[in-house]
Write a protein that binds this ligand. Structure first.
Ligand code: CP
Ligand code: NVA
Length: 319
């Protein structure tokens, strides 16, 4: 039995917040994944594990969500705590109350804040002003909780992380940034294929390459899907048009047309590749139905792992 979940005085994360995987060391990533596995094992066995009794999480949403909202709310409940859904349409933040005042007020009431927002700067500002932990539930730049669930899924299906090749095909977006960083920390090969003009953020690439030097991981950027997917153990897709980019939809459909994940493309991955997608998916755009609904796909196990990965993050930050 892994001991991390029992050692309540062992803090994995040294920072108050969970905002970016670029803040984590390889050891912290490994320990968080181990804690998630321990917590999932308890949950599967029907064992009660309630380190967050009496704790409350405020969840601010400035964008839509199914998985993030439900998994955080259920996760808090299972850990013995409670979660509040705070839509920005309904709280004063949406009417111009400052981020800083919102952070200070919420710090008086709740024990942690999860926020899904647009500019990454906003979450940094919120965390700076809040005296309580702040968790990134997706910004335009990163989606770190998703990447934790992704690695947990790969670990479950493949039995290891180190040395595996993850090929992400599509937009160099928030999901790609966090996954790239997570793979580099875990000693994996991360290969991304994007059209020109949609490549990942240079700073995030440079940042991911640093731990990769120590872990044996690799980060490779291509402008062709076929080059990126060669010998992949994991093939990953996200939408071509992210939340907030809806007005670019037509132009993106054209730009990404050669970056669809279909069986012709996946033939160039390893025979036993697994297909992952953070969801929601658009069948017929970034992935064909035969791939996402086929035997290589682990997308629903992956969605379910949001719960367990986030319970580890919540336990470590709030208990
Ligand atoms: N993958 C993900 O974050 O899904 P939601 O937008 O439904 O939360
Ligand atoms: N890149 C997508 C992820 C959704 C979970 C978006 O930001 O809309």
């Amino acid at each position: 039995m892994n001991q991390l979940a029992e050692k309540t005085n062992h803090k994995i994360l040294k920072s108050k917040d969970f905002i970016s995987l670029t803040d984590l060391s390889p050891l912290q990533l490994t320990e968080l994944l181990q804690l998630a596995q321990t917590i999932k094992t308890k949950w599967k066995a029907g064992e009660e594990y309630t380190p967050l009794k009496g704790k409350t999480l405020g969840m601010i949403f400035e964008k839509s969500s199914t998985r993030t909202r439900v998994s955080f709310e259920v996760g808090m409940l299972q850990l013995g705590g409670h979660a509040l859904f705070l839509s920005s349409n309904d709280i004063q933040l949406g009417r111009g109350e400052t981020v800083s005042d919102t952070a200070k007020v919420l710090s008086e009431f709740v024990d942690g804040i999860m926020i899904r927002t647009f500019e990454h700067q906003k979450i940094l500002e919120l965390a700076e002003a809040a005296s309580i932990p702040v968790i990134n539930g997706l910004t335009d730049l990163e989606h770190p909780c998703q990447a934790m669930a992704d690695l947990l899924t790969i670990l479950e299906v493949k039995g290891k992380l180190k040395g595996l090749k993850v090929s992400y095909i599509g937009d160099g977006n928030n999901v790609a940034h966090s996954l790239m960083t997570a793979c580099a920390l875990a000693g994996m090969e991360f290969s991304i294929g994007c059209p020109e003009g949609y490549l990942p953020n240079e700073e995030i690439i440079a940042h991911a390459k640093e731990p990769a030097l120590k872990t044996g991981g690799k980060v490779e950027v291509y402008t062709s899907a076929a080059e990126a997917i060669q010998n992949a153990d994991v093939v990953y897709a996200d939408v071509w048009t992210s939340m907030g980019q809806e007005q670019e939809n037509a132009e993106r459909l054209t730009a990404f047309k050669d970056f669809q994940i279909n069986s012709e493309l996946t033939n160039q991955a390893k025979e036993d590749f697994i297909f992952l997608h953070c969801l929601p998916a658009h069948r017929g755009e970034e992935v064909t139905a035969d791939v996402i609904d086929g035997s290589h796909s682990a997308v629903f196990q992956q969605a379910g792992n949001r719960l367990h990965a986030q319970k580890a993050i919540l336990t470590d930050l709030l208990s």
